[in-house]
Structure formats: C-alpha cells, structure tokens
Design a protein around this ligand. Structure first.
Ligand code: NAD
Length: 476
C-alpha cells in the first residue's frame, strides 16, 4: 500500500501531529491502494503560521521572478505528466486515456494559460491619464484552497497557480477521497523550490481541516470548489472573520435541442453528459427537445447511450469508468429509483450493474424520457451518468424550464439559426452558455450564477480573484 501520510509545511514534508490514517479506495475494484493522514487543528495551524510568515517576502517578489518559478513548475509538470494521468485514473476512476487527454491535460493547460496572462497583467495602472490617482493590485494574503475529487488537478491548478502568480501564500486541502494528485502536484512544487511557506499542503476532511481553514482569522481568503452544501457551511464559518469567500459549486445544466439543430446534436449531448461518468459540475444533465423532433431525438439518445461502454479505469479505450465512491454510487442509484417511482420513462440503463462488472462503483449510462422539471432527477445534481429528457414546444418555454433551477453554471443550446442562438444564449441564467458543441477557450472565466457560486476562475478573472484593489492619490 502506498504510504503518503506526510504534509508539506514550510518547505518540508513533515509527519502529522497525531496518527489519523485514512485509506484511499480505487473505485474500479473497491480496494484501498494508498494511505494518507487527515490533519488536526495543530497541523492546520502550523501550515497557516508558515503561510503567514512567508507572505511578507513573497508579496514583494516581482512578476518576473514568479513567472520564472511557474515556468519551472510547467517543465516539471510535463516531465511527470504520465504519473499525473495514472494517479488521477487510480484515485477517481477516470479511464486512463481520458485521464491523460482531459484530466491531466487540464492542469498543464491552466499552467500555460496563467503564465501567459501573468506576463500581460499590469499590477499598477493609471486611473485616468490626466489624473494623479493610481490603481494597484496587491495579493490578498494567506489563502485556503479547498478542492473536490471530480476534476482534481483541474481544480487545484485553477487555484494554486493564480495564487502563486499573484503573490499570495496558501494552504491546499484537496479532497480526502482523491488526494493523490494533490500530493503529486505538491511534490512538483517542492522540486521547483518556491520559498518555504509559500505553498503548504494539509490533507484532511471537511469537518476538520476544511472548517479550520474557513474559520481561521489568519486566513484572508477561501477559494472553494465543491458542493453547494459545503459552500453554504464554509460561508457561515467564514462570516465571523469577514474573509473573502470564492465559491464554485454545483450545477444542473440544461441543453436545448431545437428542431433545426445540427445532425449530431443529440448524440454529442449524450456523450457530453456521460463523459467523466457524469461527474462534471457543468454536465448538460437536462436535455430539452423540441416536440417536432422529440421521438427521433429519443431514439438517437437511447442508441448512443447503449453504445457507451463501461469498464475498468486502467483499460485503454473510450469507455467510461466507475463513479468515485460507494456514497456517490448509492446516491445515484437512489435518484435513478426516484425517477422510476415519480413516473419518468426509463429508456436506457437503470439501477442494475453493467454486464460483466461485479465489483467497482459502475453505473450504466441511464436515460429518462418524458421527465417533468419538478421531478427529483430534474432538480437535484445527480453527479452520475444519468440524463433527463424533457419535451418543449416554444422557445420561451424552453428558456423558462432551463432557468427554473436554483443553479446556474453551464447551459447549452443547439440550433443553426444564428439570431435565435444569440437571443436564447443571452436569456439563459448561467456563467457559461455553449452553442452548438463549441467549448470554452483556455483563459475564459468559469463560474456560476445563483447557487452555483459567486467566483470566476481562469484567465485574468482567475488572477483578480486573488487580488485586492488599492487606490493611491497624489501619485506623480
Ligand atoms: P464536497 O463539497 O463534498 O467536497 C469538496 C471539498 O470540500 C473536499 O475537499 C471536502 O473535504 C471539503 N469540504 C466538505 N465539507 C466541508 C466543510 N464543511 N467545510 C470545508 N470544507 C469542506 O464536494 P465533492 O463531492 O468533492 O465534489 C463534487 C461537487 O463539486 C459537485 O457538487 C460539483 O458540482 C462541484 N464542482 C463544482 C465545480 C465548479 O467549478 N463550479 C467544479 C467541480 C466540482
């Protein structure tokens, strides 16, 4: 069993204050394959102390000094890329090819993009060329970075890299369920040789280290990605110290398929929702189909879902893997059963294990048709390979159904009518709208409306999250 119990504090790998072992489970076979330690308050306090001490010097570094260190980190990331792919595949069940091309690749692409943005970013600007007022951007201070398991290195890179880039110091707490990619990333940071205390890693759970970071008076900001449930608790715990809290939370994306959509729109929508075994915050989990093409769309959706293979994460190929854990597995199966009980039509998949897989948290790609937007499967974030198909008649009805949710992260629409696409995209209440299968470029902001959160990650918006803005007058 892989032993990774040490924490990274003040530039060194150190033993936890007390033993508190936690086994990391491989979701493909339900067996533990690594052991970490969950931190106690003493460990969190040590890490915060180190970050606070390091801030005074680190904030004075020049942009060029930080770019040099980040470029070194990028080189090391590229060198250990395969290790990152296999680590993510083991810890959260992403099939190895997908783990490499999407999961591990996301870490590299954020590093590359933030280096570019940092090169162009001005930390000092005239307010107005005729004025003697100057606007400065300064690092916010000590940051607590709390990340989930579903896109582990994507989320870590979206926080650690801009925090480093802007001159902040930090304590990273990755998800305890998939902590290995965070440990590997910390090894890379160690290899770069950032000044001691700038970056610290404490493994732990939400109740322990997560809460300690959120409520600590010496933590100036929490950047959190995870469930809306935990986002709410973090906000409450952070309120006493008025720290900045940036939240990237859950979603329940709608995908409007108009009758004039491109030929493969339905099939692409199915692939999109099932990829990563449905464990993406912006997955298009509600497909709204115009009534005139409803039956054709349903037939295509069923055919496509039945083509998707489910298998072990270690195997090469374009199959989907297991879901992360027994807790998630049970939750998804419960929601599938609720869909059946509430009267939706189970058109593909279902609660039984996929053929030939008797161990591991595997779920069949599942499609419900004739779904009503007030059913649990249309309202709650399922976070598994499950799609709800809902018919609509008019454009306004489709927009109303998509917007009738407490979330607002990513929505999708498919039509060949450019004017309609622009009109509808503006009406959808979400941080991102994807038209006709186009994906977002690196460096565009990512985040949500309503209960999907209040932050924006990526690009210059991702840098600005970690900065204070200061006005100085009389600057000549
Ligand atoms: P989770 O909320 O259970 O855990 C996320 C992280 O928060 C973990 O590190 C966990 O230990 C920690 N945590 C849990 N409770 C906490 C508390 N009370 N205080 C402090 N920290 C706490 O979420 P998860 O199951 O790991 O991830 C899945 C969720 O993340 C989904 O809801 C998904 O939509 C969301 N997500 C959102 C985005 C986005 O950018 N909006 C991206 C990826 C995932």
């Amino acid at each position: 069993m892989l032993d990774k119990k040490n924490f990274y504090i003040n530039g060194k790998w150190v033993k936890p204050s007390k033993a508190n072992d936690f086994e990391v489970i491989n979701p493909s076979n339900e067996e533990p394959y690594a052991r970490i330690s969950l931190g106690f308050e003493e460990d969190t306090n040590e890490a915060i102390k180190a970050a606070k001490k390091a801030f005074n010097k680190w904030k004075e570094t020049t942009k060029e000094e930080r770019i040099t260190l980040l470029e070194k980190l990028l080189k090391i990331y590229k060198k250990r890329f395969e290790e990152m792919s296999t680590t993510i595949s083991m810890e959260m069940g992403a099939p190895i090819d997908w783990s490499s091309s999407a999961q591990a690749a996301s870490g590299q692409s954020h590093l590359e993009d933030f280096i570019l943005r940092l090169k162009d970013f001005n930390f000092e600007n005239y307010f107005d060329i005729k004025s003697n007022n100057h606007i400065f951007y300064e690092p916010i201070g000590v940051c607590g970075l709390i990340t989930p398991w579903n896109w582990p290195i994507n989320q870590i890179a979206l926080k650690v890299v801009p925090a480093l880039a802007t001159g902040c110091t930090m304590i990273l707490k990755p998800s305890e369920i998939a902590p290995m990619s965070g440990i590997l990333f910390s090894e890379m940071i160690d290899e770069v040789g950032f000044p001691s205390g700038v970056f610290n890693l404490i493994n732990g759970d939400g109740k322990g280290v997560g809460t300690q970071l959120s409520s600590h008076p010496d933590v100036d900001m929490i950047s959190f990605t995870g469930s809306t449930r935990a986002g709410r608790l973090i906000s409450k715990n952070a309120a006493e110290t008025i720290k900045r809290v940036c939240l990237e939370l859950g979603g329940k994306g709608g995908n409007i398929v108009f009758a004039d959509s491109y030929k493969n729109a339905v099939r692409d929508g199915i692939r999109n929702v099932m990829s990563n075994s449905g464990q993406s915050c912006d997955a298009p989990t509600r497909m709204l189909v115009e009534k005139s093409i409803y039956q054709r769309a349903v037939n295509e959706a069923i055919d496509e879902a039945n083509k998707i293979k489910v298998d072990q994460a270690s195997k090469k190929g374009d199959h989907i893997g297991p879901v992360i854990s027994k807790v998630q597995y049970d939750k998804i199966i419960d929601l599938i059963k609720s869909g059946i009980a509430e009267g939706a039509t189970l058109a593909a998949g279902g609660p039984e294990l996929p053929k030939g897989l008797n161990k591991g948290y595997f779920i069949r790609p599942t499609i419900f048709t004739d779904v009503k937007n007030n059913m649990r499967i249309a309202k709650e974030e399922i976070f598994g390979p499950v799609l709800s198909i809902i018919p609509f008649e008019t454009e306004d009805e489709a927009v109303n159904i998509v917007n009738d949710t407490s979330y607002g992260l990513g929505n999708y629409l498919q039509t060949e009518d450019k004017e309609k696409a622009h009109r509808v995209a503006k009406k959808l209440r979400s941080g991102c709208v994807y038209i006709n299968g186009n994906s977002a470029d690196a460096g565009t902001p990512f985040g949500g409306y309503q209960q999907s959160g209040n932050g924006r990650e990526g690009g210059i918006w991702g840098l600005e999250e970690f900065l204070e803005v200061k006005t100085i007058t009389g600057w000549k």
